[in-house]
Design a protein around this ligand. Structure first.
Ligand SMILES: Cc1ncc(COP(=O)(O)O)c(C=O)c1O
Length: 399
């Protein structure tokens, strides 16, 4: 399909090309100094102490869970409205995902109320609940303060759950550079967070991710697990003269390449400007779509969402049929759209493999049926958005 307007696109120029060429000329392509520099740049941008670059956002999520102590049999609360990677990272740890609903159609992030309710139900049943993975959907912050409050056990003394510790691991794949209303950078609020640098993200390296944390134990464990659990890598042996290494835990090969990190270093410098451009375009969509009664835009309730990253442009239509009709009309016009997301608890694999009866998450289900994602990226022009909105208006007239 030859699209006239892409769902996402990348603001690359000769700087990324030169950065990659420089790494090629250096002939050091695997984990090394450029990755270290990229990690420092992310720490500086987010104001956190440690960053561990990985081969993907999924790898960063997996390492964050393991390093934070999530073990086989633990329960991990997670919104069903997310990409499967969030849930898969839980399953890689042989832990059990407990799907939670979203707050509201116009605030489609994990509901602190549902979290409070599920934590107390689980508290009665077991002592296993170990973690929660809020997803900063579309680059907008979850209600972190309310979640922190909801996770504080409110049970009577002597109950099993009084000293239960529920660790927060943030999925900040959509949210590099975003901040909560209180100014904390998304990804750095919980025990650890994960960013993704996949090709359609706000900060792109092709494939890549980053675990961010202020906890030195988590950072140290994640660093070990990233490279097979061995105590020194090829680069350290070359520059620091180590001749031997030990293996102290069972790890993985989750290392990024220097080529990816070189792109990342250029992209970090462009992030603020690119996120600002996304915001301008989001606000234009909001202004133009506000004239159409059948369209609602999440996160435009007037609540304080801090400084979002505006990763995607979700809209809601009045029902599933209307959503499909609008999507088809845009597709026929050459405008690429998407759906964020089909709900995790409805996928065949999770439905058939996870324990327990089928779950009902009414707000997420209503949201997912009516949701459509419109193009949003820094290379879009104002006229593109005006055209997209005209096409939506025409599609709705056909009802
Ligand atoms: C919400 C969310 N979590 C996790 C990931 C996984 O990131 P990656 O593709 O870098 O492994 C993605 C990527 O699309 C995502 O959208």
């Amino acid at each position: 399909m030859k699209w006239k307007i892409l769902l996402s696109d990348i603001a690359f120029d000769e700087q990324e090309q030169e950065a990659v060429a420089k790494v090629i000329r250096s002939k050091w392509l695997s984990l090394g100094p450029v990755t270290e520099e990229f990690e420092h740049a992310i720490c500086e941008m987010l104001g956190c102490k440690y960053a561990v670059a990985t081969s993907s956002g999924t790898a960063a999520l997996h390492l964050a869970l393991l390093a934070a102590g999530v073990k086989p049999g633990c329960d991990v609360l997670v919104p069903a409205l997310t990409f499967v990677a969030t849930v898969n990272a839980i399953l890689y740890c042989q832990a059990t995902p407990i799907f939670c609903d979203i707050t509201d159609l116009l605030e489609p992030t994990i509901s602190p109320e549902d979290v409070r309710c599920k934590v107390s139900t689980l508290a009665d049943k077991s002592e296993k609940t170990a973690a929660i993975m809020p997803v900063h959907y579309a680059g907008f912050p979850c209600r972190m303060a309310a979640l922190e409050e909801a996770l504080t056990p409110r049970v009577s003394k002597g109950s099993k759950a009084t000293d239960r510790k529920i660790t927060i691991i943030e999925d900040a794949a959509h949210a590099p550079g975003a901040r909560a209303p209180d100014g904390r950078a998304l990804g750095t609020i919980g025990a650890a967070g994960a960013l993704s640098f996949f090709a359609n993200k706000n900060l792109v390296t092709g494939e890549g991710g980053m675990l961010v944390t202020n906890n030195s134990d988590i950072a140290q464990t994640a660093r070990l697990l990233r490279s097979h659990g061995i105590t020194s890598g090829t680069w350290e042996r070359q520059v620091k003269g180590f001749s031997d290494y030990d293996m102290t835990m069972l790890g993985f090969n989750y290392r990024p390449s220097e080529l990816a990190s070189a792109i990342g270093l250029v992209q970090v410098k462009k992030l603020a400007e690119n996120n600002a451009r996304r915001k301008t375009l989001f606000l234009l969509y909001q202004r133009l779509l506000s004239n159409i009664d059948e369209v609602q835009i999440p996160f435009t309730t007037g609540s304080d969402f801090g400084t979002p990253a505006y990763h995607i442009m979700p809209i809601l239509l009045s029902d599933e049929l209307t959503r499909n009709r609008v999507s088809l009309r845009l597709q026929q016009a050459g405008i690429q759209t998407s759906h964020h997301y089909r709900l995790a608890h409805q996928f065949t694999y999770y439905r058939t493999q996870l324990p327990g009866p089928p779950q009902s998450l009414p707000i997420s289900e209503d949201y997912s049926r009516r949701q459509l994602t419109l193009p949003l990226h820094p290379l879009l022009h104002e006229e593109d958005i005006e055209w997209i909105v005209r096409e939506i208006t025409e599609a709705l007239k056909q009802s």
